[in-house]
Design a protein around this ligand. Structure first.
Ligand code: SAM
Length: 371
């Protein structure tokens, strides 16, 4: 399967290359922003699991350069060289929408963006990149230092100038074993949340990729422990056939006196400071304070009748409307179209060594076969 057929199968893959994004994931963040206005008033951001860097590019263009990237970037009615699904376009899609008026760039003051990934990431202007494992406790001081190099001291466990937004697009190398993939992905989300707890300011936001497995409601409920509002969103650029979605958590409100640490992460049995307010919490799920001072997550009411559904389900939103390209569709392409190279080739792909070995052996079949 050549890159040209991928262009045809996936409109977002092609648009990403045309618009200079390092990955098609850029559209997921842009479509989430369109729905949730994620970047309003935001200047300090942490981008977890950031390589190759398309989410960081979005941050850079919107926060540092002050661009407004509207739906024209992915709207099938506005594309110059429209891709067509299933034959000729329908009438209502034929009229290009009015061009967004050109606005002046409005770079924001005091922007700080730190991006972390296991893989090395090609530099992006204005963005501090760290090569680190988000599940490892040693990443916390690295991140705190990158955020506030002047005020950092190694005994710190939280940011001296906390951040407005933490985003995480973390995904493991998928094995195809559904339950295993979902488990590993949930561990990444958990690590991202615990890092977010160390750096977010009260009222801050957390946006992270999840895989919707059968116990995902437990995850939503855990997030509701520390955020006022938790919603789940599926951007149009995320394939409907994939179990991927994004949790959008707003209004960070840690329990009083809570100190985050990856050595003692928030979770079942975490000892939280005594907080008499907890007993007052009424909405489900809520935090319950045990007599020994341990805070537990309560998913339902103790008085619930047997068989009564006590699960808390986060509201689900599909982002984008039918004018956005469909990530699952194949598109017809103009005859004279050209397939572009990726904007940023992988810096350290896992198959690099195999390629080197193949080259050293004289090609795909080795020297001995070349007669
Ligand atoms: N948001 C990125 C973008 O827009 O370019 C794409 C992220 S990609 C889907 C998932 C990333 O998660 C990979 O680059 C992978 O290296 C990273 N990752 C997986 N496990 C990680 C870990 N434990 N720590 C840091 N990064 C991790």
């Amino acid at each position: 399967m050549g890159k040209s057929s991928k262009d045809k199968r996936d409109a977002y893959y092609r648009l990403a290359k045309e618009q200079g994004w390092r990955a098609r994931s850029a559209f997921k963040l842009l479509q989430l922003d369109e729905e949730f206005n994620l970047f309003e008033g935001v200047t300090r951001v942490v981008d977890l699991c950031a390589a190759p860097g398309s989410w960081s590019q979005v941050l850079s263009r919107i926060l540092i350069k002050g661009e407004r990237i509207g739906r024209a970037a992915w709207d099938s009615r506005q594309a110059k060289d429209r891709l067509i699904i299933d034959g000729p376009p329908k009438d209502d899609l034929q009229q290009p929408m009015e061009e967004n008026a050109r606005e002046e760039l409005k770079p924001r003051a005091g922007v700080k963006i730190v991006a972390i990934d296991l893989q090395p990431m090609s530099p992006l202007e204005g963005i501090t990149t760290l090569k680190a494992d988000i599940t490892h406790p040693s990443t916390v001081p690295l991140l705190l230092k990158a955020l506030d190099p002047d005020t950092f001291d190694p005994s710190m466990t939280s940011a001296s100038h906390p951040v407005d937004l933490v985003i995480s697009d973390g995904a493991p190398d998928v094995t195809g074993l559904h339950d295993l993939d979902i488990y590993v992905q949930s561990q990444l989300l958990w690590a991202a949340l615990n890092l977010a707890l160390c750096v977010l300011k009260p009222g801050g936001k957390f946006v992270a990729k999840i895989f919707r497995g059968k116990d995902v409601d437990l995850l939503y409920a855990q997030l509701r422990l520390v955020f006022e509002k938790v919603r789940v969103a599926k951007p149009r650029s995320s394939r409907a056939s994939s179990i991927e979605a994004f949790v959008v958590c707003e209004g960070f409100s840690p329990p009083k006196g809570f100190k985050a640490s990856l050595d003692n992460p928030l979770g079942a049995g975490t000892k939280l400071p005594q907080n008499p307010d907890l007993k007052e919490e009424k909405t489900k799920p809520y935090r319950r304070l045990r007599e020994d001072g341990v805070t537990e997550l309560e998913l339902g009411s103790e008085s619930a009748n047997e068989g009564e559904d006590v699960r808390w389900i986060a509201p689900f939103l599909a982002c984008g409307d039918l004018s956005a390209y469909d990530a699952d569709a194949s598109y017809h392409l103009p005859k004279d179209r050209q397939s572009l190279d990726p904007v940023q080739p992988p810096t350290a792909p896992p198959y690099k060594r195999a390629l080197e070995m193949r080259k050293a052996a004289g090609g795909a079949y080795g020297k001995t076969k070349k007669t």
